[in-house]
Ligand binder design. Structure first.
Ligand SMILES: Cc1cc2nc3c(=O)[nH]c(=O)nc-3n(C[C@H](O)[C@H](O)[C@H](O)COP(=O)(O)OP(=O)(O)OC[C@H]3O[C@@H](n4cnc5c(N)ncnc54)[C@H](O)[C@@H]3O)c2cc1C
Length: 538
């Protein structure tokens, strides 16, 4: 019933395959230089070190003493769990150091004005949701054809139930169902933790401000020079310099594709608030006048921010609106203002340079996907390296793969805006009226609005790429987007096989096996070994 992707726990065959692949590493690759020490730089260093250090490849990271890291980015998808697991780093080690909490999903508040849809939850789906998720998709398909059934995502997923009750997605010992979850964390502390780990795993570290990159006759990077008078050469350069894109954009002049026509937000303002005794296990994303506000619970504070479009509102207006919302109008809590560049480079791997993180591109943080891009770009690149294929054709395949991931994610984020039904400001009206949609997104929306199931297309990933079936159904049904059939008809027996009361009952009994979030955070359990976590694409 479900197509799944195993994230960790390598089989013996996979281990052997990797060993064989390692012998294919090109002999010309002896030194890697990563420029930039934000989350992207340190995650990439650890991913490269995991496979390359034992093969004798030297990895150095150089970071400017004067340019700081962006210091935001406090939510993740469930894939981050695979990152730590693959490095054999236990939650009990990294989470307390980074003030981290568990994340069951995201509540979207105020994005829709349709009755009953003013708030909905985008869950991370799990094994436990197999039956109810199927029913959710069936009900949604029935509702687009005019049946009067419940298609509210909040009613079908264990993650929604856990978040509503502020429970941690960690089952009691006797309950054998792990729940798929992401994390919230302090971005600065995470950077420091990864830095420490990377040094322990053999990554070298230099503090110096890179001022110039020299190119060789083939136009590849030969070395970089620093303000401190050092010249650093390498066989492979990794650009993790954030929005500056020092190597990939400034030195190699890689063309850039802007997503500004699709996604209007280009700025953010952030400020913390204190956290109380209870710690929520979800991110809340609330629609504001000219964008949306995040509320992210950490063990020591809430992280808050307002992502907005500078075309529709000034930085001052955004700060005032956020302060008002947080009750901080009279407070001297400092606000951080940030600019965002939304889009991607055309080649993430160009000549001997790989761009990872904000330097390769950024889609605004609505679904907290940036760390996943970092993880996937670096991991897939290592797979290419270990296959020994550094040809132009391989670069082309790699870049097409990463670009596809960017476009798919962009389309999913665009859908949040396109399907909004707010009319209170020009910002929301312009988003709903925006016709700059990709062809695959137009096809998906048109299928749905003509009463046809999108599930077979998304399952094959021919439409809705990058997101699973349940995510597409959560957003469309959650926002209350249904063709208008006039009056709804009573469901036929085929259209409704389970009653919502039975589903409620099942989820309620399952939720009883999970404990209070704060309590679990005070004593984080060890990873359950032998259980391979799976991402559900149903
Ligand atoms: C408002 C906002 C909210 C976000 N929320 C999320 C979220 O919830 N989830 C998520 O996954 N992501 C989120 N992100 C994205 C996330 O913050 C970034 O993807 C992540 O922090 C990685 O950044 P980076 O390492 O690429 O860049 P940066 O953190 O900017 O690091 C750049 C590094 O390059 C170095 N550098 C720069 N110039 C030079 C030079 N000349 N010489 C040497 N070194 C140099 C700097 O010193 C620094 O170490 C958010 C981003 C924004 C803007």
């Amino acid at each position: 019933m479900s197509d799944t992707a195993t994230v960790y726990n390598l089989t013996p065959e996979e281990s052997m395959r990797r060993t064989a692949l390692k012998s294919a590493l090109p002999p010309t690759l002896r030194r890697v230089l990563i420029v930039g020490g934000g989350t992207a730089g340190w995650m990439t260093a650890l991913i490269l070190a995991r496979s390359l250090t034992e093969l004798g490849v030297e990895i150095t990271l150089v970071e400017s003493p004067t340019v700081g890291i962006i210091g935001v980015g406090e939510g993740s998808t469930p894939w981050l769990r695979g990152f730590f697991d693959s490095l054999d780093i236990e939650e009990s080690e990294w989470m307390p150091e980074c003030h981290a909490t568990y994340k069951c999903g995201i509540t979207f508040d105020g994005w829709s004005t349709k009755p009953g849809c003013e708030s909905y939850f985008h869950p991370f789906a799990s094994m436990l949701d197999n039956l109810t998720m199927t029913q959710f998709v069936r009900n949604s398909d029935a509702k687009i054809r005019g049946a009067d059934v419940c298609a509210d995502p909040d009613r079908f997923f264990i993650a929604a139930r856990l978040a509503a009750k502020q429970l941690a997605p960690k089952p009691a010992e006797h309950f054998p169902f792990d729940v798929w979850h992401g994390y919230h964390f302090d971005a600065v502390l995470l950077g420091q933790f990864l830095h420490k780990k990377a040094l322990q795993r053999g990554v070298r570290y230099e503090t110096a401000h890179v001022t110039h990159a020299s190119l060789n006759e083939q136009g590849a990077i030969a070395s970089v020079s620093t303000r401190e008078g050092i010249t650093l050469s390498a066989d492979l350069f990794v650009d993790c310099t954030g929005f500056a894109g020092l190597l990939i954009s400034q030195a190699l002049k890689t063309p850039y594709v802007s997503f500004a026509e699709n996604l209007f937000n280009d700025a953010a303002v952030a400020m913390p608030t204190p956290i109380g005794a209870a710690i929520p296990s979800e991110t809340v994303s609330t629609a504001m006048r000219h964008g949306w506000a995040w509320k992210i619970p950490l063990t020591q504070r809430f992280g808050n921010g307002y992502v907005y479009s500078s075309k529709f509102c000034s930085a001052d207006q955004a700060e005032t609106e956020l302060r008002q919302r947080l009750g901080l109008l009279e407070s001297d809590t400092p606000a951080r203002h940030l600019k965002m560049k939304i889009g991607r480079v055309t080649q993430h791997w160009n000549k001997n340079c790989l761009a990872v993180g904000l330097s390769q591109g950024f889609i605004e943080p609505l679904e907290a996907t940036a760390l996943l891009f970092i993880q996937q770009t670096a991991s897939v690149f290592v797979d290419f390296l270990l296959r020994g294929d550094l040809s132009e054709a391989a670069q082309g395949r790699f870049n097409a793969h990463v670009n596809d991931h960017f476009e798919g994610t962009r389309d999913y984020i665009v859908t949040h805006y396109k399907t909004n039904s707010r009319t209170d400001t020009e910002y929301w009206r312009a988003n709903a009226a925006n016709l700059n949609l990709s062809e695959p997104l137009k096809q998906l929306l048109s299928l749905w609005m003509s009463g046809n199931s999108i599930a077979p297309h998304v399952r094959k990933q021919s439409l809705g790429r990058g997101y699973p079936v349940f995510s597409w159904y959560s957003i469309m049904s959650g926002m209350g987007i249904f063709p208008d059939p006039g009056a709804l008809h009573a469901p036929t027996s085929e259209e409704q096989t389970f009653g919502i009361a039975e589903i409620d009952n099942l989820l309620e009994r399952s939720a009883a096996n999970y404990r209070d979030h704060r309590e679990v955070l005070s004593r984080i359990p060890p990873r359950r070994r032998g259980q391979s976590l799976q991402v559900y694409f149903w």
